[in-house]
Design a binder for this molecule. Structure first.
Ligand SMILES: *[C@@H]1O[C@H](CO)[C@@H](O)[C@H](O)[C@H]1NC(C)=O
Ligand SMILES: *[C@@H]1O[C@H](CO)[C@@H](O)[C@H](O)[C@H]1NC(C)=O
Length: 512
């Protein structure tokens, strides 16, 4: 049986309807990965199923050649089963479900591939011993020494640390979360204030914002994400996903080709996050580095769903870049490389995204379920960024999203990562964990009650260490004094800064 493109699209639609109905009573007719969506929303489940069938069709026939016999059978079978079920034609036919084509490098203007005068990365030293490199990123609001730790200021404020203290600690790049800023105080208000630098009066240090997608998808994939992040270091911002999910129920997020609908955790109002709207919001916020919209799939995911997710992220990222290039406003845009721990998909993602005129590369998506898996992923993935000199991959900065515990930092740096963000140092400070050169200590422990005159860290020159000792910090934590968290967080930020400075020196000396 030969079928036309039109009739096969019709078939998918009918089948989608039929299967939705079937699965109400019998769960066998829908692919397992689509059933998984029922937790989140019926719409996602349907669109998953449609995409599932369409992707299979695109991959085998590219929409031009005829379908093979085997597929004809599949489609016919599906068709047969739907005939008996889909007598109710009340639902209006939806628009064609064909996915838009992926944009190619030629879809972007030539000038977009030229170097920017406001954003530049220079490599000062390449280690003779590893892929590690020391560099400097020049932004309109100051430089970033790399490898560098990026502190996370979710609501445009570090938890417990005054920006002035962070400046003193030589913290350069700071990460703010678009999702939180969108919900409050809103991108327009920050634009009215003159952008995030003026709003925070942090005028000569750079900011980076994300797209907001990470938090939106953390809501959708909450339980899996929590499982993934149970080790702590893997989580980027928030930590309230359990709260969100309970409050908002299963339809907190709906994903379509257009973007992601979600509800505000503050007041339940509806937001639509699209590639275009996140870029507009990030332009209003005005960070030096911005990030395109991507989809964050959960770690435990069927490969076919991951394939579709990576493709969607690529289409969203290309759309984001087009929107960004309409008015660059002295901002740089990093792509987000996806593909989970799947070698083929990661490679495809690197190949595609590095072919487009992005200013840097962020490594995102599922990064494995622990430090060991992350290390293995970076082992085979990072060399891809040294290939292909025609697109100058090597000469652009690479950012690791959401992971910056000390062990992972060292693992990432020797494999060629330039910057990484995490709320880890400020988050653990809240629980009384102090980072020191001899490993972290729990200052609440009774053994510090009489540590009179002992600095938190012998080598540290932060304001906490120069004024207070371990015994006083122990007391403040035990007494639940708010300043305790602040003093600990300030120290931890200084610790990260000193650590990165040491690492840069070790690279300069070709020790790592
Ligand atoms: C680009 O954005 C800036 C800042 O929002 C605005 O002042 C300017 O008019 C825009 N330019 C164009 C061509 O839209
Ligand atoms: C702290 O200050 C001393 C004295 O100026 C200096 O030798 C030391 O290297 C500083 N420590 C750090 C971690 O920078």
């Amino acid at each position: 049986m030969r079928i036309t493109r039109k009739s096969s699209i019709m078939t998918w639609w009918l089948c989608g309807m039929a299967c939705d109905r079937l699965t109400a009573t019998r769960k066998w007719s829908m692919p397992r990965q689509c059933l998984a969506f029922s937790r989140y929303s019926i719409t996602s489940r349907r669109s998953c199923y449609r995409n599932h069938r369409m992707t299979a069709q695109i991959q085998s026939s590219s929409f031009t050649s005829d379908a093979t016999e085997e597929e004809d059978d599949t489609i016919r079978d599906a068709d047969d089963s739907s005939k008996s079920q889909s007598t109710n034609k009340a639902r209006p036919p939806q628009k064609a479900h064909r996915l838009p084509p992926l944009q190619t490098p030629l879809d972007f203007p030539d000038w977009a591939y030229e170097p920017r005068d406001f954003f530049r990365f220079e490599i000062l030293h390449q280690s003779a011993k590893s892929q590690a490199r020391v560099g400097r990123i020049h932004t309109p609001h100051g430089t970033i020494d790399t490898p560098g730790y990026v502190a996370v200021a979710t609501n445009a404020a570090l938890k417990g640390v005054d920006f002035r203290h962070a400046d003193q600690a030589n913290q350069q790049l700071i990460f703010a979360n678009t999702y939180h800023l969108l919900l409050h105080p809103g991108a327009d208000l920050i634009a009215e204030a003159g952008g995030i630098h003026k709003f925070t009066n942090r005028l000569d240090r750079p900011f980076i914002t994300d797209s907001g997608g990470f938090q939106v998808f953390s809501l959708a994939y909450g339980s899996v994400h929590e499982e993934l992040s149970s080790k702590g270091e893997l989580k980027r911002a928030g930590g309230k996903s359990r709260h969100y999910r309970n409050d908002l129920g299963k339809d907190a997020v709906k994903v379509s080709e257009e973007g992601a609908y979600f509800r505000s955790y503050r007041d339940g109002s509806k937001f639509l996050l699209t590639p275009e709207s996140t870029v507009q919001a990030q332009k209003k916020i005005g960070a030096d580095i911005i990030i395109p919209l991507d989809e964050l799939p959960p770690y435990h995911i069927d490969r076919q769903v991951l394939v579709e997710s990576v493709d969607r992220s690529h289409r969203w990222e290309a759309r984001s870049l087009q929107e960004h290039l309409k008015n660059i406003t002295q901002q740089a845009m990093y792509c987000v490389v996806h593909g989970g721990i799947d070698r083929e998909l990661r490679t495809k993602s690197v190949e595609y995204l590095t072919s487009l005129p992005f200013d840097g590369y962020a490594i995102g998506g599922s990064l494995g379920n622990g430090k060991q898996e992350l290390k293995e992923l970076l082992d085979w993935m990072m060399p891809l960024f040294d290939e292909d000199s025609s697109t100058n991959r090597r000469g652009k900065p690479r950012h690791l999203l959401g992971i910056a515990d000390e062990e992972s930092i060292r693992n990432a740096v020797v494999r060629g990562i330039d910057t990484m963000d995490s709320c880890y140092p400020t988050r653990v400070a809240r629980h009384g964990t102090i980072l020191t050169m001899e490993g972290s200590i729990k200052i609440k422990s009774g053994k510090f009650a009489r540590s009179f005159g002992a600095k938190l860290d012998e080598r540290c020159n932060c304001t906490t260490c120069t004024h207070y000792d371990r015994a006083y910090l122990w007391h403040l934590f035990k007494a639940n004094e708010p300043i305790a968290v602040s003093l600990a967080a300030q120290h931890n930020i200084q610790y990260m800064s000193d650590l990165m400075s040491d690492i840069r020196q070790e690279i300069m000396d070709d020790k790592i």
